[in-house]
Design a protein around this ligand. Structure first.
Ligand SMILES: [Zn+2]
Length: 91
């Protein structure tokens, strides 16, 4: 499985398009990934695609998943958001 990163996870061909592919929105260089909806916290992380040149299957992954972990400094984006406070077991 050493070549897993080169292999399309749908068709199994080693035909992933090489090079740095990226996704972006028109007004922001990063995509927004919503995490912890129960806290109303959103975090921006760059999402990187892997595209199969044969079947077109797109795999998405983030390069820094640890940024998606919630921490005590994270605040709900909506100031009126009142669900439940961030608790220790959320970390
Ligand atoms: Zn494929």
């Amino acid at each position: 499985m050493s070549s897993k990163s080169e292999t399309c996870s749908k068709c199994g061909e080693q035909s992933l398009i090489k090079g740095e592919l990226g996704l972006r929105t028109s007004r922001d260089l990063e995509l927004i990934m919503v995490v912890r909806k129960d806290h109303g916290v959103e975090k921006k992380v760059p999402i990187q695609p892997k595209v199969c040149g044969k079947c077109g299957f797109v795999d998405l992954f983030v390069s820094n998943p640890s940024n998606l972990k919630i921490c005590s400094t994270d605040k709900p984006i909506d100031p009126d958001f009142k669900q439940r406070p961030i608790l220790e077991y959320d970390f």
